[in-house]
Ligand binder design. Structure first.
Ligand SMILES: [Zn+2]
Length: 257
């Protein structure tokens, strides 16, 4: 599995020197002292990443700030990075939130709204009061991953369209998740991170119709001014494979030092 993972990661690493001015968006999931799966990071590993970024002079951007830079409405500040979390696990409140405050960083959280408040093991989710608190303090802003459809939406929409079925289930999911988060945060919500990074052009159009203007996937790479704001790339981070040494190595491949 390690070999397969590294092969996948390094297959997409640029062979020549990366161009300047690219912004990395890091994608984390849960933080737990004992990682339950490859997508979980340990709090100490996560904090080592933050400490490294702080030491190198990096500052965190919100997704909206990134969008303004990609649309060339704002110049990219030097040493900018975006931190994101998918799914909405309890470890984000317990571990990421205090660590981010300690280093003066902020992050964006992509929620599966229908399971918020489900604190059952092995991977308990956040509660709405926790989400509201982190959002209000502008430490971790809540955006959309899904309402109920935490599935490969691109594939699902493709199947529905080829069957001639209307895509109302996906439309409703996109609507409901956004409305629910807005009801809790009392501010507009316009960003979505595709579940499993799976999307199609039709899905982008559908989400745009539902009011989303920033869409993030899990394709490896940096984001440059002029790039599409509906195809924002991210670098996935796992504890098992992104120890501090590997983290540094991975970022260095993209010119982030
Ligand atoms: Zn997910």
């Amino acid at each position: 599995l390690l070999i397969a993972y590294l092969a996948a990661v390094f297959a997409v690493l640029p062979s020549s020197a990366p161009k300047q001015g690219g912004i990395a968006v890091l994608c984390y999931h849960d933080l737990q002292p004992v990682a339950k799966n490859d997508m979980t990071n340990t709090p100490s590993n996560f904090e080592a990443h933050l400490k490294w970024l702080k030491g190198k002079g990096y500052k965190t951007l919100s997704v909206d700030e990134l969008v303004a830079i990609l649309k060339k409405k704002q110049a990219p500040p030097p040493k900018s990075i975006v931190l994101t979390f998918d799914d909405g696990y309890q470890g984000v409140y317990t571990y990421a939130y205090p660590a981010l405050k300690k280093y003066g960083f902020k992050a964006t959280l992509f929620l599966v709204t229908s399971v918020m408040g489900d604190e059952s093991p092995p991977m308990p989710h956040l509660t709405w009061p926790e989400i509201e608190q982190m959002d209000r303090e502008d430490v971790i802003r809540a955006e959309v991953h899904a309402e109920k459809l935490h599935v490969k939406l691109g594939e699902r929409l493709k199947a529905e369209l080829s069957n001639g079925e209307p895509s109302t289930d996906i439309e409703h999911d996109l609507q409901n998740a956004r409305v629910e988060i807005q009801n809790h945060t009392h501010r507009p919500v316009h960003s979505i991170a595709w579940p499993f990074g799976d999307y199609t052009t039709d899905l982008i159009h559908l989400a745009a119709k539902e009011g989303y203007y920033a869409m993030l996937n899990t394709e490896y790479g940096l984001n440059y001014p002029g790039d599409s704001v509906v195809k924002i790339k991210r670098l996935r981070m796992s504890s098992k494979y992104d120890t501090l040494a590997r983290f540094e190595q991975k970022l260095a491949h993209y010119g982030i030092r």
